[in-house]
Write a protein that binds this ligand. Structure first.
Ligand code: ATP
Ligand code: MG
Length: 271
């Protein structure tokens, strides 16, 4: 893909992990040496707030990427933002977090001008139909654009907990996976993990890597047509998990090499 690549995290269903995956993907890209900007287009502005509190907490002024905000209810503002991002050679990937509804007028231009839309969801009786409606909405938008919308869809089953769900439900969800793949690439599952709830925009940028890498490697390959890092990343100090969590890191090393420790509850090997 030609950079800058615009990647939007979206689903009309709330609470599926749009914001979490947007920030953890930004952190992952930093570990790959990519130049990233994050634009928070949700009126809740959780990422902007997170950056503010990170700056206060860690007291540093050199940041690994900028976090900006934009108003998705303003159609013209979104169009201007898209144009600006597409013409900024200092950025390789612009990550956009969007709200959990479709009411904002700026969302159609955002979706149409994104190179990739990442759609997280999780398997439950309310979230799956709502996600299908959202994918259907994007399909209608694509048809209405008559071939001008080239956006790729990447659909991520997030918050996966293999202990939840009856046998019949698990089979049903496997079928759903097939029906969702009509709309885009359905990735491996991202497990539900406590470590995913404690993300930061500054510290321990590698913290969730072992949980998200199988899925993020695939998005990365879609963006850059390669799995090779863009350039050597210079993570040090608070940006590294082992420095922020020395005790837990030491324990994990004793047990299983250099990976961050894994919660014991659920299985990290799910595909
Ligand atoms: N893989 C995961 N493991 C554990 N917790 C997760 C995971 N992904 C997301 N969460 C948690 O789920 C909740 C919802 O996530 P998040 O806020 O990212 O969703 P969202 O889609 O952005 O919601 P909204 O539509 O309200 O903006 C948060 O508490 C987050 O910490
Ligand atoms: Mg959110």
């Amino acid at each position: 893909m030609q950079t800058p690549v615009i990647v939007t995290f979206a689903n009309q269903k709330g609470g599926v992990g749009k914001t979490t995956l947007c920030v953890t993907f930004a952190n992952y890209l930093v570990t790959k040496g990519a130049r990233v900007v994050v634009i928070d287009c949700d009126f809740q502005h959780s990422i902007v707030k997170c950056r503010k509190s990170d700056l206060k907490k860690y007291g540093i002024d050199v940041v690994p990427y900028d976090v900006l905000s934009s108003d998705s209810t303003n159609r013209q503002e979104m169009l201007t933002l898209m144009e600006k991002l597409h013409n900024d050679p200092s950025i390789e990937v612009a990550l956009i977090d969007s709200p959990g509804h479709l009411k904002a007028e700026g969302l159609p231009p955002l979706f149409v001008n994104s190179d990739i839309i990442v759609v997280p969801f999780h398997y439950d009786p309310r979230t799956v139909p709502s996600t299908v409606s959202f994918l259907y909405f994007l399909d209608k938008l694509r048809n209405a654009m008559g071939g001008r919308m080239k956006t790729k869809l990447i659909i991520i089953p997030n918050l996966s907990d293999s202990r939840v769900g009856t046998r019949a439900e698990l089979l049903e969800w496997e079928k759903k996976r097939e029906s969702l793949s009509v709309y885009g690439d359905v990735t491996a599952k991202i497990p539900r993990r406590a470590d995913m709830e404690r993300f930061s925009t500054i510290a321990a940028l590698d913290m969730q890597n072992s949980i998200v890498a199988p899925v993020f490697d695939r998005i990365y390959a879609t963006i850059f047509d390669s799995t090779e890092p863009r350039r050597e990343s210079m993570l040090s100090g608070i940006q590294l998990y082992e420095n922020v969590n020395p005790k837990r890191s030491k324990k994990a090393k004793g047990k299983s090499g250099s990976d961050p420790p894994k919660d014991t509850g659920s299985n990290n090997q799910e595909q």
